[in-house]
Design a protein around this ligand. Structure first.
Ligand SMILES: [Zn+2]
Length: 474
């Protein structure tokens, strides 16, 4: 297998970005026309059908992505914004993300600079809201404020005999994938969450990092000690032996997981003719695929050698789609770019961009899959975040003596360059974040965006994602 060196990786990234930009320039007018055509085709088919419907639902979440994390990735990849396929989806709106005891006041948010730093959501409650339609407390996975287990859209998909999956670039038992599958009083109970996902859920694809056998740089550990992200040593051994897994389809027989770990196995799964019924992909890294690797974490994107023995999020996503699309009744898939958030907490410009670009490429892979293997009449794709992390704005942004805010834009330094930008927090914020959707059910999301923000325009709440999926998935 050819493993590109870091310099090759960097060059490859630049070349492909350049190619895409040139293509983008050539096709700019055409793309506008194509968007208009897709838009009216959507409306026409919607008018024909009594109700919108989606056989397949794919939710793409860049954890920690606000408008400016997205913009930073856009400027680095293309030297411009609006070039991502999802940025031309017919539904483009904003989303509020606060958890059960929170709120969002648009006028206060654009009055006082520090408003956004108060009472932001965490990833557990955000994922629970998007997966169940019910807001709960931070840190809690799939359980409401009264301690009642909540019903995930994935559970509804399983009732409809669909396949389900979760994919992430961080540990696969981390808050966002857990928030679409599991029920637990604390997101920190990784082993219990992992065991629910592996042994009790009907999920068919689980992928991410969290390997007990490797460190964050993808180096094998002499003596592995950390098995919690994969459910403990017993569950891990059962995964390795091919005996882990409960009765996912309810026919009375166990449905064991196929464990894959090597980069080659992920690549092969992405293009295999025949796929296993259930796949647990545990990539060879401890916490993240790339973000937590060594080297200067403040360096420009791709200048520190990438972990070479793990797949990227796009390859994982293609493998997941290849497994799930074997089910003729359709599927529900959640894909998380998990580490824009981690780079935001650490105020790392370069790694924020690396992680956002990795997420963008996974979305492009999903859009290609829809065009080649499905259609926008039967597949709904939602692209969003779960909350903003780092309060990222342009240089010079901040509060004056009275607390009044000035929000300055990121400064575009062109393709392959880090834009000038400034983190104003090491934590999550209550800022509105972007949401894009396409597919027959997408118009329901547009209808849900009823509130208006003076800067971001119309916005919906994160609970509208689950409400829409429950309503249109069939
Ligand atoms: Zn976070």
């Amino acid at each position: 297998m050819h493993t590109p060196s870091t310099s090759e990786h960097a060059r490859g990234t630049r070349l492909s970005a350049g190619r895409r930009r040139r293509l983008g320039v050539i096709l700019a007018g055409l793309a506008l026309a194509a968007t208009a055509v897709a838009y009216s085709a959507d409306d026409a088919s919607a008018a024909k059908a009594c109700k919108p419907g989606a056989r397949n639902v794919i939710v793409m979440i860049s954890d920690g992505m606000g408008y400016n994390q997205m913009l930073a990735g856009d400027y680095f990849q293309y030297g411009a914004t609006g070039e991502q396929t999802y940025q031309q989806f017919p539904v483009r709106t904003a989303m509020s993300t606060y958890s059960v005891y929170g709120s969002y006041d648009p006028l206060a948010a654009w009055g006082l600079f520090d408003y956004a730093k108060n009472a932001p959501t965490d990833s557990a409650s955000a994922a629970t809201a998007m997966s169940t339609g019910v807001k709960n407390q931070d840190g809690v996975i799939g359980i409401d404020v009264n301690g009642k287990p909540l019903y995930h859209v994935a559970q509804r998909a399983e009732v409809l005999k669909k396949s389900t999956g979760v994919v992430t670039s961080v540990e696969w038992s981390h808050a966002t994938p857990a928030g679409f599958v599991a029920h637990n009083a604390s997101r920190n109970n990784y082993a219990a969450i992992a065991n629910e996902m592996i042994n009790d859920s009907g999920t068919d694809v689980i992928m991410g990092a969290g390997s007990p056998l490797f460190d964050d740089h993808g180096t094998p550990l002499a003596t592995p000690t950390q098995y919690k992200y994969v459910g403990g040593v017993e569950t891990w051994n059962a995964l390795v032996n091919g005996t882990a897994g409960g009765d996912a389809d309810g026919d009375g027989d166990p449905d064991p997981w196929k464990l894959i770990q090597s980069k080659l196995q992920f690549k092969r799964l992405a293009c295999a003719k025949k796929t296993p019924a259930r796949v647990c992909g545990t990539a060879r890294s401890a916490t993240t695929l790339q973000q937590s690797r060594g080297g200067n974490a403040m360096a420009a994107p791709y200048t520190v050698p990438m972990n070479a023995n793990v797949p990227d999020l796009a390859t994982m996503t293609k493998g997941a789609l290849n497994v799930l699309d074997a089910n003729r009744k359709g599927f529900l898939l959640m894909v998380e770019g998990g580490a824009v958030d981690w780079a935001g907490h650490a105020n790392q410009p370069g790694r924020t961009i690396e992680e956002q670009v990795d997420f963008n490429e996974a979305v492009e892979a999903v859009c290609r899959w829809v065009r080649r293997n499905s259609s926008w009449d039967e597949t709904l794709v939602i692209v969003t975040g779960d909350h903003e992390t780092g309060y990222l704005w342009g240089p010079g942004s901040g509060a004056d003596a009275t607390g009044k805010g000035t929000w300055l834009p990121l400064v575009n330094n062109g393709e392959d360059a880090v834009p000038a930008m400034q983190f104003n927090s090491g934590d999550h914020t209550n800022s509105l974040i972007p949401l894009f959707a396409k597919g027959d059910g997408a118009r329901q999301l547009r209808a849900a965006a009823r509130k208006v923000d003076p800067v971001r325009g119309k916005y919906l709440d994160n609970t509208a994602i689950a409400e829409t999926i429950f309503s249109v998935m069939r």
